[in-house]
Design a binder for this molecule. Sequence first.
Ligand SMILES: Cc1cc2nc3c(=O)[nH]c(=O)nc-3n(C[C@H](O)[C@H](O)[C@H](O)COP(=O)(O)OP(=O)(O)OC[C@H]3O[C@@H](n4cnc5c(N)ncnc54)[C@H](O)[C@@H]3O)c2cc1C
Length: 434
Amino acid sequence: MNVVNDNTCSWINDLVPRANIKTLQSNEDCEWLIIGAGYTGLSAARKLAQLYPDQKIIIVDAQLAGEGASSRNSGYLVDTTLNDGFTSNKELESYKKKADIYELGINTVKKFISDYQVDCDWNECGKYFASSKVEDKKILSNFSETLFKLGFEHNLLSKIELSERLGTSFYNTALHTKGGILLHPGKLVRAMIDVLPNNVILFENSCLLNWNKKNNIISCKFQNGKINSKKIIFATNGFLKSLGIKPNYNFPITLTASMTRSLTDNEYDLIGKPKEWGVLPVRPMGATIRMTKDRRILIRNTAELHNPFKMTKSDLNKRSIYQKIGIKKRFPHLPHDVVQSSWSGIVSRTRNSSQIFEKIANNIFAVGCYNGSGIGVGTLFGEQIAIKASNENTKEIETIEARNKPKWLPPQPFLNFGIKTRLFYERLRARSEI
Ligand SMILES: Cc1cc2nc3c(=O)[nH]c(=O)nc-3n(C[C@H](O)[C@H](O)[C@H](O)COP(=O)(O)OP(=O)(O)OC[C@H]3O[C@@H](n4cnc5c(N)ncnc54)[C@H](O)[C@@H]3O)c2cc1C
């Protein structure tokens, strides 16, 4: 089945369309093959090209490179998270292991943008965890203790401070972390495509249909050609399971988001001209909402089990209604038609929110499952899996491998039943926060 995406993502449509798109139309042999050209796959390709300047490296994507979740996300490069949806952060030690990985992720992206002088609207403005529910102060003060113990700078905010900073009086309580960066996800991934070295060949709109390994060669079949490779890295994130990669450890979740047009001077004045900000929900299924530097409002407030290969226009329209409601609740004076576009994207989850970073068989590697932290962690894991596949070790790999491993998932139909029940429960708990 092919991956079919909407063409309505604002982040993608902000960019000049790319030219010289190559589709696989022949049979190829290579030393290295990477499947999936998002942050992860592109970072793996970049690293391999540095390590092996004389070897042939191919990276393939089912759609246009970077136009999966890597362009469709909310643009929070996170240092800390409050909710992972399927587990709690009770254990300080495991929280620290997770935060160590986030820190490495931020450093990897920072180095990338500094090495290649990338403009991706980088803003080190931190982020808010906010709720309209006064009783959520308790969750935030517990979280504050965790952050305090681990040395993360942060502060708790009152309703008045919040409405001044955000331009909405919707929220009653919040915690602001100093760490965390807001950026333009589409610009970041575009830069990763633009800087691919010459020994990397990129094939796009070329979906891997099936693969097998025989006599130490991995054979991959695409619609119009075949690639035989000595080593392969699967970096398809939400589509790992559909390629048979660790199917009992990961599953895809579909998210939808919407973006408004830029607010007019008048609309912007009315909300007190706030600086760029980003809010993450205190309750797992609440809305992620962001004011961009060019005064657009982005909202993401759905997460569901859905066919990851396609969302029809009418299905997308239904979901964008939730986002219009979410914006209206926070900014009631904005007109009904202020939302300019809506889109969907696929993330990958594991039962305990741990990521996949592994050699799954000789010369076969898999990487993914970052939930809402793939900007940093995907970039880090892409580079590091390339090093691991070269039989090298780094302190980053040691940190990555020190985390808890993904937990086994129950078989169908129990899995889908469990996920749906959990999502339903979380949605109910967060119904005031969408
Ligand atoms: C709405 C939304 C909001 C999010 N918000 C944030 C956020 O604020 N911060 C954050 O850090 N993360 C966020 N995320 C998650 C983040 O976008 C992902 O974790 C990240 O993009 C993963 O990067 P990746 O390269 O591993 O995967 P992807 O970007 O998904 O790339 C995988 C690629 O594999 C390709 N592929 C799939 N199957 C095949 C096949 N058979 N053959 C060839 N190619 C194939 C796909 O076309 C895709 O381009 C969000 C995601 C969404 C959808």
